[in-house]
Design a binder for this molecule. Sequence first.
Ligand SMILES: Nc1ncnc2c1ncn2[C@@H]1O[C@H](COP(=O)(O)OP(=O)(O)OP(=O)(O)O)[C@@H](O)[C@H]1O
Length: 357
Amino acid sequence: MLDIEIKKSLPGFKLEVSFAVEREILAILGPSGCGKTMTLKCIAGLIQADEGRIALDEKLLFDSSSGVNIKSRERNMGFVFQNYALFPHMDVFNNIAFGIRQLPVEDVKEKVRLWLQKMRLSGLEKRYPGQLSAGQQQRVALARALVSEPEVLLLDEPFSALDSIVKERLEEELLEIHEFFPGHILFVTHNLAEAYKLSSKIAVYEAGRLLQFGEKEKVINRPSNRVAARLTGVKNFLPAVVQEVESSSLNLELSGLGTRLKVERAAGEEWKTGQVVTLGIRPEYIQIKDNGENIIAVLVEEVIEEISSYIIRCSLAGSGGEKILEARIPRTEAINLSRGDSYQFNLPADKIFIMLE
Ligand SMILES: Nc1ncnc2c1ncn2[C@@H]1O[C@H](COP(=O)(O)OP(=O)(O)OP(=O)(O)O)[C@@H](O)[C@H]1O
């Protein structure tokens, strides 16, 4: 287990996070400047936290209370930086060999050969970083980080500078690496789709704080608060009042509209009749349907065509254009909508989540 508790203050910025990962891929997701890179650097020992504790299984790497601070190079971690940070004056072979240069020459050759092969770099060992494509440079950076068989792989926006085809291939390679890499992988991203595709857990950051941490399904489907919801792509928030609390569901009334909606109750959540809440639903979970439960009348405000879906912005009927809902409907659904049309949406009870704010 990699167990992390970090506090670090800089002028105008404070990072305070704690979480633990267990040999899985964790995505650290959040907007620019929220402390994602700083977290990786503290874990790697490249910068020192002011307070806290970092433990890798039984081994204490950092502990401010007992003064433990293991040197970066002794932490057994591989770090891949956003801009690859390859040594420009070294060829591919020597870049990859850098972290194991203390080993006997034959061992170095064998290990580098293995990683050249694994990362599809065979034949490029004599090239310099300036003679490689961005994707090749990133594969060298990954090989360099993994050749020393680290226990932790830290990736700082590893794919952000790549075009979508190269990025997709490298994402698949990362998933393959994970199959034979027995350690922990932490990767920083501000791309929700990438976080969801690659990780099993997601940590959502905002301004140096951890807003939510957990299984990716839970983070996506049950955001803990409005900011975490927004950061994970939820567009729809509506005020409501709890009308009835049943064992596995709740009945809500949309404030100011009187529309009743049924919501599945998540395990462990306690709600009371009369409580004012905010209801949230992701645009892709809204369906076009005019019968069954949770049908809501809307007025189309805007239709945007994307490659695979229509983004439909609507106002709730009776709200005077005040309450807006956004739906993402697959283009496989034959719809013919334009601004001003009246329509009906279905908000599935198991896809709505509710929050106190
Ligand atoms: N050496 C430093 N001295 C002072 N402030 C710093 C230093 N390094 C980073 N910061 C500040 O700390 C905050 C967190 O930076 P960090 O690089 O961790 O952000 P990030 O979430 O990785 O952002 P991005 O996605 O833009 O890389 C930012 O406000 C940044 O300006």
